[in-house]
Design a binder for this molecule. Structure first.
Ligand code: NAD
Ligand code: UDX
Length: 480
């Protein structure tokens, strides 16, 4: 029986290994993590992450050929293939702080693999890493190998949260990079045999190591760039009376461009886009390519601009002050169908409104109060460090309360900000909400999910990203 061990039981390690276990009953898969609470949660009825379809798969495979453990050394030493899916956060201090990837967790994983291994291993980079990381990992493994042969592969993960199981069942491609040597090619074949249990052969792409590593950063940069492009257009739409949805539809009809990923929003969030683009920018700078670095940096700048613009729109619409006013925040996760809040635009919007002394009342169907308070207290880039290593936030933000339904959040509020596109927000009883709000009552739709015309008929003043403005909003000072 082939044995797989995965280091890192997070959003990538957990679902990816669960799907491998489901599709490959002949393979034993053990997911290990240094976080004891995380592993305990994977072994319980309440999994540590919310992902549609995941519970069922874990229930079916756990105890059969899928296991979760904190005994890293035992399972690493027994495995034939080791996936490394640990955090690769942005460095918060020292050389490259605020841009470069912090490979501390990766390096400690590699050193542990070298220490405990007694047989040949294939080590797979599943985490997103800077180009040439495989070379550094190879050095650590080889210098400590005691004669054991390690083959390093790059097999970046392309799943998106909220649709992880669907993406893993039916990936657009599986990318495997390896050394162009007979041993490297043999390792690529061994990993492709695992995926071939359910992925058609023509979707399994083999490349050299550096192409695979760079393709992951490039794919995320291209995706984020589309969102920044449409968000940049949304600002121009508001200034000119064009409708960003109509523009995106017309642009996306060009088959060379395509219709997906052109939804204007309050800004992109998630653990990957910003971190990976900053990493790309740093790599370009280190390689003496400042023009290329600046090009990609602009994608982040527009995203920050979009979040600021949204906050400014809220404040300027409400007579240029939200001091003491209750603002309801509907949705805190970075997208629907996940409880993940990493780099969610809601953090920046809430901090912006709190900076203007608003009182905010937050409702999200999947995010806990503890998580929200923690997010509002942490500094930039601090979130991506294993939870048990991070001190709990000592303070709670008093002007921010967290409630468990949209009606309590909006009661007596002056305005509503919709920051996540949860389906349930489309079907709220907005007449009831309007009746219980202060007047004039505002809705700022950061995801363009509500029917603005219907809300206007009820009496709301409505702002939708990139859509023609209400006369009220037009009369307010320009937003930059
Ligand atoms: P995560 O924080 O959810 O999980 C990482 C886990 O690794 C944590 O549970 C942590 O305790 C554990 N860990 C850290 N050091 C360890 C060690 N030495 N040994 C064992 N476990 C260790 O992170 P994630 O979202 O799963 O992301 C992991 C990697 O995958 C990152 O590089 C990320 O960029 C990449 N990625 C993420 C996504 C996504 O959607 N989240 C998609 C594609 C790629
Ligand atoms: C992303 C990549 O899509 C995935 O391939 C990679 O493996 C990890 O990073 P993820 O961050 O989970 O996945 O979600 P994604 O669907 O890409 O959304 C990212 C952010 O962009 C979200 O905040 C989302 O709301 C926003 N977005 C997405 C838009 O604002 N407009 C769009 O048209 C699409």
């Amino acid at each position: 029986m082939v044995k797989i061990c995965c280091l890192g039981a997070g959003y990538v390690g957990g679902p990816t290994m669960a799907v491998i276990a489901l599709k490959c009953p002949s393979i034993e898969v053990v997911v290990v993590d240094i976080s004891q609470p995380r592993i305990a949660a994977w072994n319980s009825d309440t999994l540590p992450i919310y992902e549609p379809g995941l519970d069922e798969i874990v229930k079916e495979c756990r105890g059969r050929n899928l296991f979760f453990s904190t005994d890293l050394e035992k399972h690493v030493s027994e495995a034939d293939i080791i996936f490394v899916s640990v955090n690769t956060p942005t460095k918060t201090r020292g050389l490259g702080a605020g841009k470069a990837a912090d490979l501390t967790y990766w390096e400690s994983a590699a050193r542990m693999i070298a220490d405990v291994s007694k047989s040949d291993k294939i080590v797979v980079e599943k985490s997103t890493v800077p180009v040439k990381t495989a070379e550094a990992i190879e050095k650590i493994l080889m210098h400590n190998s005691k004669g054991i042969n390690f083959q390093i592969l790059s097999n970046p993960e392309f799943l998106a949260e909220g649709t992880a199981i669907k993406d893993l069942f039916n990936p657009d491609r599986v990318l495997i990079g390896g050394r162009e040597t007979p041993a490297g090619q043999k390792a690529i074949q061994a990993l492709s045999d695992v995926y071939a249990h359910w992925v058609p052969q023509d979707r399994i792409i083999a490349t050299n190591l550096w192409s695979a590593e760079l393709s992951k950063l490039a794919a995320n940069a291209f995706l984020a760039q589309r969102i920044s492009s449409v968000n940049a257009m949304s600002a121009l739409c508001e200034a000119t009376g064009a409708d960003v949805a109509e523009v995106a539809h017309a642009v996306g009809k060009d088959t060379r461009i395509g219709p997906k990923f052109l939804n204007a929003s309050v800004g992109f969030g998630g653990s990957c886009f910003q971190k990976d683009i900053l990493n790309l920018v740093y790599i370009c700078e280190c390689n003496g390519l400042p023009e290329v670095a600046n090009y990609w940096k602009q994608v982040i700048k527009i995203n920050d601009y979009q979040k600021n613009r949204f906050v400014n729109r809220v404040v300027s619409s409400m007579f240029n002050t939200v001091s003491g006013k209750k603002i309801a925040i509907l949705g805190f996760a970075f997208k629907k169908d996940t409880g993940d809040t990493r780099e969610t635009p809601a953090i920046d919007v809430c901090k912006g409104l709190l900076g203007d002394k608003a009182r905010i009342s937050i409702y999200d169907p999947q995010v806990t109060e503890e998580q929200i308070q923690r997010d509002l207290s942490l500094n930039k880039f601090e979130w991506d460090h294993p939870v048990h290593l991070q001190p709990m936030s000592p303070t709670t933000v008093k002007q921010a309360s967290v409630v468990w339904d949209a009606y309590s959040a909006t009661k007596d509020a002056h305005g509503i900000c919709i920051l996540t596109e949860w389906d349930e927000f489309k079907n709220l009883d907005f007449q009831k909400i309007f009746d219980n709000m202060q007047k004039p009552a505002f809705v700022f739709d950061g995801r363009n999910i509500v029917d603005a015309e219907k809300l206007r008929e009820i009496g709301f003043i409505v702002y939708s990203i990139g859509k023609p403005l209400d006369s009220w909003l037009k009369d307010m000072p320009a937003v930059a």
